[in-house]
Design a protein around this ligand. Structure first.
Ligand SMILES: Cc1cc2nc3c(=O)[nH]c(=O)nc-3n(C[C@H](O)[C@H](O)[C@H](O)COP(=O)(O)OP(=O)(O)OC[C@H]3O[C@@H](n4cnc5c(N)ncnc54)[C@H](O)[C@@H]3O)c2cc1C
Length: 390
C-alpha cells in the first residue's frame, strides 16, 4: 500500500493536518493517518486543560492562537458532515494573567505586543481587579491582563473528533497502527513499518506523534529534543460561586478556571521534581503541598474546596525553548515535524495543521510565516524563548 501523505499520530495536530490536506483544492493525493489508540485515552489532546489564549510573548504563538479562535468560531459550520454540526463547546471566558510588581514590566511588554497584533486584551490595575473579582485577594498584585474576547476553553475531545470525522468524510483513511520503523533512502523517507508487520509506502511523512515523536524521529535517524513531562489536572468543588471567573494564571504559576459545576487547576512541579515521565499517576502530593495553598492564598473561598476526579497527561516538552518544532529537518526532504508544543499544542493544532499542508503542498508558508519555528533555530542553538509558558 502507498499513500501520498502518511501522518503518524491522529491527535489534534495529526487530525488537523489531515483535515486541511483533504480540504485543499491544490492537493489531489491520498492521506493515511496512523493512530494506534482510536479511543484517545492517553493522548495529550484529550487529557489537556483545553484552553486557548492570545496572551503569549512570541508573535507567531499569538497569531497561531488567533487563527485557532477564528477556526473554533467557524467550527460547527466548516466541519459539518452530512448536515451534522460538531460543537466544540467553545466558551470565550478569557484568560487573566496576574502580576506582582516584579512581573509587571514583562506583563506590560507582552500586553503591548499582543495589542499590536490585534488581540483584545485589557490591562487592569489592582483596583480594577478588586472591583471585577471581589472573591480574589489582590493586595500583593500590581496588575493583570484580561482577554476580553477570543480566549477561553473548549471540549478538546469534541475538537479532535470533529477534525477526524471531517477528514474521513473528505477522504482521509485512519488506520489503528503505530509506526515502528522508518525506511530512509538518502534524503527521503520511502516507507514506514507498522506494528502489524506491514509496510506503507509514503510520498511524505508527518511526525505528529506527541510524546511518541522523539522515538519516531530516532527511527529516521534524527535527534528530536523533546521529552514527556507529566502534568496533573485537579478537579475542584468549591462551596462558593466565583462570578465572572476566567482562566486565572497566578504569578506563582498556578492556574484555575471554571469547569462544569466546579473548577480545574494545575501547576508545573518544581524543575528538580519534573523528570521525563511516562506514567499517569496523579501528583496528589503536589496538590496538597503546593497547589492548594497557592489557590487558597489567591481565593480565600478555595480554603474550603474539595478535590474530585483528577487526571494526569503529558506535555511534549521541547527542551530547547518550549516552542513547537515545525517543518522538515535539513537532512530529510519529506519528513515533516510538528512536535514539542510544551503545553500549548491543542490551541495551535488548527494553525499548525494548516501550516504543515502549506509546506507539503505548496513548498512554503502561505498564510502565517512560521519560519522561525523551524529546525534551524534548534540546530544553530538560537532558542526562540516563549515567556508565557503555563
Ligand atoms: C495536562 C495538560 C494540559 C494541557 N493544557 C493545554 C491547554 O490548555 N491548551 C493547549 O493548547 N494545550 C494544552 N496542552 C498541550 C496539548 O494537549 C498538546 O500540545 C496537544 O494536544 C498536542 O497534540 P498532538 O496531536 O501533537 O499530540 P497527542 O494529542 O498526544 O496525539 C499524538 C498521537 O500520536 C500517537 N502516536 C504516538 N506514537 C506514535 C507512532 N509511533 N505512530 C503512530 N502514532 C503514534 C498517540 O497514540 C497519540 O494519539 C496540555 C497538555 C497536558 C498534558
Amino acid at each position: 500500500m502507498h499513500f501520498d501523505v502518511v501522518i503518524a499520530g491522529g491527535g489534534a495536530v495529526g487530525s488537523a493536518a489531515a483535515y486541511f490536506l483533504t480540504a485543499d483544492p491544490g492537493f489531489r493525493g491520498s492521506v493515511a493517518v496512523l493512530e494506534p489508540d482510536p479511543t484517545y485515552q492517553r493522548c495529550a489532546t484529550t487529557l489537556s486543560a483545553a484552553s486557548i489564549r492570545h496572551q503569549f510573548s512570541t508573535p507567531e504563538n499569538i497569531r497561531m492562537s488567533q487563527f485557532g479562535t477564528e477556526f473554533l468560531r467557524r467550527f460547527p459550520e466548516d466541519l459539518a458532515v452530512d448536515g451534522t454540526r460538531p460543537d466544540p463547546a467553545f466558551v470565550e471566558g478569557g484568560y487573566l494573567f496576574l502580576a506582582t510588581r516584579a512581573g509587571l514590566p514583562v506583563l506590560r511588554e507582552n500586553h503591548a505586543l499582543q495589542c499590536s497584533l490585534g488581540a483584545d486584551i485589557a490591562l487592569l490595575e489592582p483596583g480594577d481587579l478588586a472591583t471585577r473579582y471581589p472573591w480574589m485577594r489582590v493586595d500583593d498584585l500590581a496588575g493583570g491582563t484580561l482577554g476580553l474576547s477570543g480566549e477561553g476553553w473548549l471540549d478538546a475531545y469534541g475538537l479532535l473528533q470533529g477534525l477526524r470525522r471531517k477528514a474521513i468524510a473528505q477522504g482521509a483513511v485512519y488506520l489503528p497502527h503505530r509506526v515502528v520503523s522508518v525506511d530512509r533512502a538518502g534524503r527521503r523517507v520511502r516507507s514506514v513499518g507498522l506494528d502489524d508487520g506491514r509496510g506503507l509506502g509514503c510520498g511524505a511523512l508527518v511526525n505528529a506523534a506527541g510524546i511518541g515523536a522523539p522515538v519516531l524521529a530516532r527511527l529516521a535517524g534524527i535527534d528530536l529534543p523533546v521529552q514527556a513531562r507529566k502534568r496533573s489536572v485537579f478537579y475542584l468543588q468549591c462551596p462558593q460561586i466565583l462570578p465572572g471567573c476566567p482562566m486565572v494564571i497566578d504569578p506563582s504559576g498556578a492556574y484555575f478556571r471554571p469547569e462544569g459545576q466546579g473548577f480545574i487547576a494545575g501547576i508545573a512541579p518544581p524543575p528538580e521534581q519534573d523528570p521525563e515521565c511516562h506514567d499517569f499517576d496523579v501528583q496528589h502530593a503536589l496538590f496538597e503541598g503546593l497547589l492548594w495553598p497557592l489557590l487558597a492564598a489567591r481565593v480565600p473561598a478555595f480554603e474550603a474546596l474539595r478535590c474530585g476526579r483528577s487526571w494526569a497527561g503529558h506535555y511534549d516538552m521541547n527542551l530547547v525553548d518550549q516552542n513547537v518544532i515545525l517543518g522538515p529537518h535539513p537532512d530529510l526532504d519529506n519528513l515533516y515535524f510538528a512536535n514539542g508544543f510544551s503545553g500549548h499544542g491543542m490551541q495551535q493544532a488548527p494553525a499548525v495543521g494548516r501550516a504543515l499542508v502549506e509546506l507539503i503542498v505548496h513548498g512554503g508558508f502561505r498564510t502565517l510565516d512560521l519560519e522561525r519555528l523551524g529546525w534551524r533555530r534548534i540546530l544553530e542553538g538560537r532558542p526562540l524563548i516563549e515567556r508565557n509558558v503555563v
